[in-house]
Design a protein around this ligand. Sequence first.
Ligand code: ARG
Length: 471
Amino acid sequence: MVNTPPSSSQTWSQRFESALHPAIARFNASIGFDIELIEYDLTGSQAHAQMLAKTGIITPEEGEQLVAGLEQIRQEYRQGLFQPGVEAEDVHFAVERRLTELVGDVGKKLHTARSRNDQVGTDIRLYLREQITQMRRQILEFQAVLLQLAEQHVETLIPGYTHLQRAQPLSLAHHLLAYVEMTQRDWQRLGEIYQRVNTSPLGSGALAGTTFPIDRHYSAELLQFGSVYANSLDAVSDRDFAIEFLCAASLVMVHLSRLSEEVILWASEEFGFVTLKDSCSTGSSIMPQKKNPDVPELVRGKAGRVFGHLQALLVMMKGLPLAYNKDLQEDKEALFDSVKTVRACLEAMTILMSEGLEFRTQRLNQAVAEDFSNATDVADYLAAKGVPFREAYNLVGKVVKTSLAAGKLLKDLTLDEWQALHPAFAADIYDAIAPRQVVAARNSFGGTGFEQVRQALQTARQRWLQSEAAH
Ligand code: ARG
């Protein structure tokens, strides 16, 4: 294993006479978590070295030596041979020290015209850029599963709720497609944020730029950044991009958590709309009959972590004077944990929806036939025959009340009873209130009518293909 020199090795200028207190060194260090950035740090440093060589700030040979040395560190890291400890303080110092061990004094030239402030800013943007791309891919995989399920369940009915009270029956596909729409906005939002993450702060120096004739556009181009920050102060102290990422990540979690909550309800004995497969549920250590929906419960629970990180970054930023302040070191754990959490939840929910549960279609179709969720349709029936809607609404309220008292459903009323209520009722009322017809009739754009749902499914499928092609 490769060891970095002990903490007595000089990091700071000669201004410092004694080493840091060991506890303060540990408190100050970020190496324990920012090692996660190492590959991006190496890539960013290679681009910086190439830029230094291109602009004649160092010689081409020196540039090549630096790039090769950095590449060697990458290999050492990948083989598990490079494991810097707390003495390195952070990943940036760890890499620079190792580089100097490997290539000699030329290693000390790498930090010319650069500060750790623009360096760390570059690293987290490179990291986040990659993570956003992966996360968007995962969103598409999740959507593919929902689309496939929706395809199978256009004609499956499910009770629709408002206030968690039975409201109107739905096509199950319509319900699932609502989540496709939500996650499509997530996919889009992350894509928009990517554009702003994809801006290079490199070459902004500590805060004011540099005296060297650098070429920021060249290093940005090497790192495939879409643009460069126009203001050096802004470049080294902006974390808007991280905060908006955490906003978008929080919304992904809101959506996953809402679906989780529904699955948890659906899996209960009271609802009984889905059965959980053994591969995605767990048992109780004491109650042998139980099958618990741990996966959606964990997703619902983990949402809070991501919201917390968003809050932490907002609070961390709000009082910071320009430009860099050490507080900014706190951005990393918030970002890393959020990325890991969201990605793990997307993966788990994709598996849960694709192979972890089964909709009990018979039970679902039955459920919608046993309630008053067709009451609106009776009112609509009368309104279509010229009875003012509010009047019809009141009449139906009355018939619901008397039916409830008599232990009957609307479908059990005789034609005489209907006609006693209002002469406009005819034999076709029974068709109008049959659950399948109740769903089919909602054929307005964006509604649950089967025809609309088939259209929506097709549109969503086409859009999915386009999104997929964009990756
Ligand atoms: N570890 C530091 C961070 O994560 C790197 C930047 C340090 N800059 C400084 N001026 N002390 O923010």
